[in-house]
Design a binder for this molecule. Structure first.
Ligand code: GRF
Length: 182
């Protein structure tokens, strides 16, 4: 069975959605934020956690903890993944982003979308490469923008879609990794 590590900086709702499908596979949660909700959720679920705050050697420190891990899922992780971590997991690091990439990469994409008066947005699961939200797309789901949407209501609706496509994308990637035998 594949072993998954989840990295996150925030509330951890995507982690929770992944956990519902991959309770046996998720064996470690790492955060860079001591008070992050994702750590609380992991502890409540009995999953080992680690704190790796920013600063020198962050990628190497994280990599050291990942012995035996097959797949890394970023779930609201607010840092760039760099070497040596990045090259140790080629096509083995996934991210969820709250827009239809390649449109609106970067922070608070739902605010960028509203400022642009776009009519549709969505979310994307993609492989992580060295760029900011530039890796190959695995799955996307569209989310309509409503006339009276605020940043909060739009993000909340995008998150509902995120919680659907992230587990689905992980399933696809695991299937690919195991040559279809799942
Ligand atoms: C999500 O909207 C995700 O797309 C973005 O950060 C947010 C994380 O939310 N990368 P949560 O911590 O999973 O609730």
């Amino acid at each position: 069975m594949a072993k998954i590590a989840v990295l996150g900086s925030g509330t951890g709702s995507n982690f929770q959605a992944l956990l519902e499908e991959f309770a046996d596979e998720i064996v470690l949660v790492i955060s860079d934020q001591p008070g992050a909700g994702i750590l609380e959720k992991a502890k409540a679920a009995g999953i080992p956690t680690a704190l790796e705050e920013g600063g020198p050697g962050l990628s190497a420190r994280i990599l050291k903890r990942l012995g035996g891990i097959d797949l890394i899922c970023l779930a609201g992780y607010m840092r760039l993944v760099k070497d040596p971590l990045l090259s140790a997991f080629p096509n083995r690091i996934l991210n969820i982003h709250p827009s239809l990439l390649p449109m609106y990469p970067g922070k608070a994409a739902w605010e960028q979308v509203l400022a642009d008066k776009a009519e549709v947005t969505g979310c994307t699961v993609h492989y992580v490469d060295a760029g900011i939200d530039t890796g190959e797309v695995i799955l996307q789901e569209k989310v309509a923008i409503l006339m009276n949407d605020t940043a909060k209501t739009l993000h909340a609706r995008i998150q509902i879609a995120e919680h659907r496509i992230y587990p689905e994308a992980v399933r696809l990637v695991l299937k690919k990794m195991t040559g279809g035998a799942l």
